[in-house]
Design a protein around this ligand. Sequence first.
Ligand SMILES: Cc1cc2nc3c(=O)[nH]c(=O)nc-3n(C[C@H](O)[C@H](O)[C@H](O)COP(=O)(O)OP(=O)(O)OC[C@H]3O[C@@H](n4cnc5c(N)ncnc54)[C@H](O)[C@@H]3O)c2cc1C
Length: 389
Amino acid sequence: MPVEQITEIADLRREARRWLAETEIPTVPLELEERFNVLRRWQRTLFDGGWMGLGWSREAGGRGLTARHQQVFSEELARAHAPAPIGLIGLDVVGPSIHRYGSPEQRSRFLPPLLVGEDIWCQGFSEPSAGSDLASLRTRALRHGDKYVVNGQKVWTSWGNQASWCALLCRTDPDAEPKHAGISYLIVDMSSPGITVRPLVQMTGDAEFCEVFFDNVEVPVGNLVGKENDGWRIALDTLSQERGNYAMRRQVEIGWGVEKTIDGLRGASLESTTNRRISTAIGESHVALRVLDAQIRRTVQRLIDEVGPHPLDSIDKLVLNDAEQVVGRALVDLLGPFRLDAESQPLGLNAAQLIHDHYFSRAASIYGGTSQIQRNIVAERLLGLPRSR
Ligand SMILES: Cc1cc2nc3c(=O)[nH]c(=O)nc-3n(C[C@H](O)[C@H](O)[C@H](O)COP(=O)(O)OP(=O)(O)OC[C@H]3O[C@@H](n4cnc5c(N)ncnc54)[C@H](O)[C@@H]3O)c2cc1C
């Protein structure tokens, strides 16, 4: 990295520390609706402070810096025990693809309100019969003049009930061969007539993802991202953001969660069995986080070099899955028998939060493409092994 960039990054780190020290950091409630509102206000505060979209162009409302600057700010957020903003699907997953493939009008119309947290986005990819085999999706968009008319169903759509916009993958050419050649990427206004959203309750108790039904929903042709029938390429970019960018942010958040929990235990007088549990939790979490850290350093360089979707993103996703699940389980194990009682506070630990985070960590090997699918990608595309089918 050139010397001027190192100095610039050190300056940004100082600026971030100063700003965070002077800013009131919100406490994040466990209840979903309250959590959503607190984090949305926090995103506005971050935006007003000039901390959203560090790596995005100025045209999109960002600061025109790099992925490394973004990573440094995430590190400082974690260091200040401050939460991430709410709109992560827009910020880390869909937004970067619109930034890369959208028209100048789409960038300036959709991206600034996304950064502020005014607009929450959802990702309408998975369907009841098209998850891992995403290219089999059946939601149709037929062109009528200057509109597409969309019919079909999506499922597991995170924040579908809160989102104002959806990045929708749909079939615009039913006869295309191979099937991914007939798919387009549309931006859909979630308040359009004909959309029905039904929240689904997860094992955490939150109803964070939804079924979304489209019944003759009209979408202006101007909301097509890229070209008609070229949506698969953009979808791969979105999925790769979900694997790389998201891993980068989560790495610092998980590390902070471990530190905060262990800090809370300092000074407590502990029995030897509890001590053993703590040593195991610290040891297991530390190893998982160090592996993730080593992996993420390579990812940041790929993001700076704007390499685009790469099979290495699947390794990020696999390493992140492990860290989420190893740490989630290690911390909940600290509760010992009290893990059966979410209302308890053994050793001052917040059982409800640890149990919630542990349950949510189980989803890490599913969302963004399952671990089995990531292993297939690594086997076929990095190791050159024969295709699974
Ligand atoms: C918390 C959460 C949030 C989500 N948010 C969103 C969202 O916002 N938007 C969205 O579009 N989707 C979202 N998803 C959906 C997610 O992307 C899918 O669940 C995932 O891609 C798997 O698809 P599926 O559930 O249809 O499982 P299936 O594809 O039916 O897979 C079932 C099992 O079979 C295995 N399998 C399938 N094919 C193969 C193969 N070729 N080789 C080996 N094993 C295979 C899978 O690994 C899995 O274990 C979310 C999921 C979760 C859990």
